[in-house]
Write a protein that binds this ligand. Structure first.
Ligand code: NOJ
Length: 769
């Protein structure tokens, strides 16, 4: 692997002249364990710091128009800033660290952070896509490469992983997380924290994580960004909290605190969340960082009457560092003077910041992630440093085949193929939101990828066909800060006519439709989940040509695709698949890669079904299609179930599962049992599938979900090949929070379900003793 190679080629530690006069020697002589050494070092440093310098360490700022370089230089000179984000070149970062070493009194190194969410220079699929791979190695690889590239750029920390569970695709930020399932998201959280941070935080390519957004941000009411969250403690700790805890248990150095309130108290001012749960229950010892401007927002939340109160509330609740929020630096000094805040409280927060810097190895070498200036890469757009083969591999694994009527796919490498659609040749959209330092010009579009992969006997035609939307209000909104959506000047009819000319000449039409990346982002909540009208018209017109129709979907959330499912012969969900997305999609369209992705979120039929998630509780009046009944829990104008369920995805081959075998009918408290099935490739092609295990506690003191994911195996099989897969089940898999909020596994019957998605399952029962 290229990244392994790059790891061994790492630049040596810098020997910067400023180091000689840097901060104190590293360990006090009496300290023994590494932690004691750190505590002694930091205590010593704190003794030398003025109150203003301590408060300065609590400030995290973004480089940008609000903070021009000259202003930052002055802040650095006066010890008024602890960390920087949104700057990503070694030259810029080195310049600021040089200023610390040359101008500041105590030379306390800065750390540098960035939103490295799905890649740094090489962009991997968006997180929802990475989750669709259900591939632990691929997920880890994407994290390792992101850490490698980000640390090579001089960064020390990422604002990731984002592990907010969400059951509401109206929320634009579902694209940044790993879907609706607690177990899957927790598994990915662990993998990514380890992949980013590695085993040694001081290693040249370790990137510290800041898990976000603590807590419950994905449950904003109505899917409207920044809205309220109100939730029972059982649901909170059973379904929404475990992924944050998984990241913390895996060693995440930081926690980013969410913008929403939780049961009336904004997370930023929530002592219970930040102290009782995070520190006391979960033993988190890293830093907490408020989200952008969140301390100021306490006033608008209506829990602080003025900036002073907002600052005091946030600090005393347990915020250690403020992001892009000048309140701490402005108001904490006077709050200490008036006695409203103690110097010990400031010192505690400052100690956490210094601890993280110590752990990063910055006191030993402030240039740890920079190396000497001579080692700086010359190609600023990083083309030579991209990890294209790995990006293509991970992107292929993230693609989900939703429909394939009469084996429309894979395409033949001959005849004429019309590639049509507003997203077919859009480099920017390929990258998805939060694409860090990725350069759109370096991404491969679907049209380009198809030309690369098709071979000489296929003729590929292209037409845009429609704008992503014709709704001027939406276009203006999306283009507010950047040219996010490229809108063609030609009339909708002219675009459509051109597309139909291409389609009529073709043997098959591939339409690339969905969302612009800016539609699936922070502050991009939607009330409707159907495709924009411009694209619906295009699809209807393409369908009317009678040509086989393949829809390639690019989007960052589950959409409502009932009509598209009826119109298309084949549907491939590709999310926003990153730098190599177009090549990866073409690999699947032409059959060089057999798709194996599975959905990490349910796709609703209509928006009125939301929240829709597979692991819901039973009701007293369950609906069954065989015996509907009037007074049962259902909609009379819509089915209850999703269009595509959680865990669903097809392949170019087929698989069968045998009946399940349980190793024992009873499970002891201190024991385990196994559930095994044989999975067989019953088709003509080699392929991979994901075999999923679900559990259901049949009778308990609280209603338990109808099923919950508790394991999966991804397995590759040749045609005709069979393998036995075994899952180990322990009482831990059945633990839940009871009415008294005790975590228990109650005795009784348990249904074990195994299948290739969350709906078609084979079931057996055992008893937990
Ligand atoms: C606000 C977002 O909510 C958060 O996810 C992000 O990390 C910060 N801005 C920094 O860009």
């Amino acid at each position: 692997m290229k990244w392994l190679y790059s790891l061994t080629m790492a630049v040596g530690l810098a020997c910067h002249p400023a180091l000689a006069q840097s901060v104190a020697p590293l360990a006090a002589p009496t300290a023994t364990t590494p932690q004691q050494q750190r505590d002694a070092y930091v205590s010593d440093l704190l003794k030398k710091m003025t109150l203003e310098e301590k408060i300065g360490q609590l400030r995290l700022i973004s480089v940008g128009p609000d903070n021009p370089k000259e202003a930052i230089r002055e802040m650095i000179r006066h010890g008024q800033v602890g960390a920087i984000f949104n700057t990503v070149t070694r030259q810029n970062i080195r310049a600021m660290q040089d200023q610390v070493m040359q101008l500041s009194r105590l030379k306390i190194p800065l750390f540098f952070a960035y939103d490295v969410v799905h890649g740094q220079r090489t962009i991997f699929p968006i997180s929802l896509g990475v989750a669709s791979s259900w591939d632990r190695d691929a997920i880890a690889l994407s994290g390792r490469i992101a850490a490698l590239e980000a640390s090579e750029d001089g960064l020390n920390m990422t604002w990731a992983p984002m592990v907010d569970i969400t059951r509401d695709p109206r929320w634009g930020r579902v694209s940044e997380g790993f879907g609706e399932d607690t177990w899957l998201t927790s598994e990915i959280a662990r993998i990514l924290v380890k992949a980013y941070q590695g085993d040694d935080p001081q290693a040249r390519h370790a990137l510290m994580t800041s898990v976000k957004h603590y807590a419950l941000y994905g449950a904003v009411e109505g899917g409207r960004d920044y809205n309220t969250v109100d939730m029972s403690p059982q649901r909170m700790f059973q379904d929404y909290m475990p992924p944050y805890k998984a990241a913390i248990d895996a060693g995440s150095s930081g926690v980013m605190v969410s913008l929403n309130s939780v049961n009336g108290v904004p997370a930023t001012a929530n002592r219970w969340l930040l102290q009782d749960v995070l520190h006391q229950q979960w033993k988190f010892s890293g830093i907490t960082i408020s989200d952008h401007g969140a301390i100021k927002e306490l006033i608008k939340h209506g829990v602080a009457s003025d900036p002073r109160e907002a600052s005091r509330l946030a600090l005393q609740a347990g915020i250690n560092m403020s992001m892009s929020d000048e309140y701490f630096i402005r108001y904490l000094p006077e709050l200490v003077k008036s006695g409203a805040v103690s110097e010990q409280e400031i010192e505690l927060a400052c100690r956490k910041v210094l601890n993280v810097k110590y752990d990063m190895g910055l006191f030993q070498d402030p240039y740890r992630h920079l190396g000497p200036a001579e080692s700086d890469p010359q190609d600023t757009n990083a083309e030579s440093r991209l990890h294209r083969p790995e990006a293509r591999e991970v992107a292929r694994k993230s693609l989900v085949l939703l429909k394939n009527r009469l084996q429309t796919l894979p395409l033949k490498r001959q005849g004429t193929i019309a590639v049509i659609g507003p997203l077919a040749d859009s480099k920017l959209d390929m990258m998805g939101s939060w694409s860090a330092a990725g350069v759109a010009a370096q991404s491969v579009t679907v049209y380009q990828g198809m030309k690369n992969v098709a071979g000489p006997r296929a003729r590929i035609l292209y037409a845009k066909g429609a704008n992503v939307t014709d709704h001027q209000g939406i276009i203006d909104f999306l283009n507010q800060y950047e040219a996010a959506v490229a809108i063609e000047k030609r009339s909708p009819q002219a675009l459509l006519d051109e597309a139909l000319v291409a389609a009529r000449q073709a043997d098959v039409v591939v339409a690339v439709v969905g969302e612009a990346r800016g539609m699936a982002h922070e502050a991009s909540s939607q009330a409707k989940l159907t495709l924009p009208d411009s694209q619906r018209k295009l699809i209807a017109a393409l369908k009317a040509t009678g040509k086989p129709l393949v829809l390639v979907l690019m989007n960052g959330r589950p959409l409502s695709l009932v009509s598209e499912d009826q119109q298309a012969d084949a549907l491939l969900e590709t999310w926003f698949s990153g730098t190599e997305g177009g090549n990866a999609i073409a690999d699947v369209l032409f059959g060089d890669y057999n798709p194996a992705g599975k959905l990490p979120m349910s796709f609703p039929r209509s928006v009125g079904q939301i929240p829709i998630y597979y692991n819901h509780l039973p009701t007293g009046r369950p609906y069954s299609p065989e015996n509907p009944g009037k007074y049962t829990s259902h909609y009379y104008d819509e089915a209850n179930g999703p269009l595509y369920p959680f865990g669903y995805g097809l392949s170019y081959t087929t698989f069968s599962l045998s009946d399940m075998h349980l190793s024992a009918p009873r499970l002891k408290r201190d024991g385990t049992l196994t559930a095994s099935v044989r999975v067989k490739n019953t088709g003509q092609r080699t392929g991979e599938t994901v075999v999923q295990l679900y559990l259901h506690d049949v009778v308990a003191s609280l209603s338990r979900p109808v099923k919950e994911l508790r394991g999966f195996h991804k397995v590759m099989l040749q045609p005709g090949q069979e393998k036995t897969l075994t899952f180990t089940i322990s009482p831990e898999d059945l633990m839940f929070y009871n009415a008294q909020m005790q975590r228990v596994a109650e005795p009784g019957d348990v249904d074990v379900m195994i299948g290739l998605d969350s709906q078609r399952l084979t079931t057996q029962r055992f008893t937990l003793l």
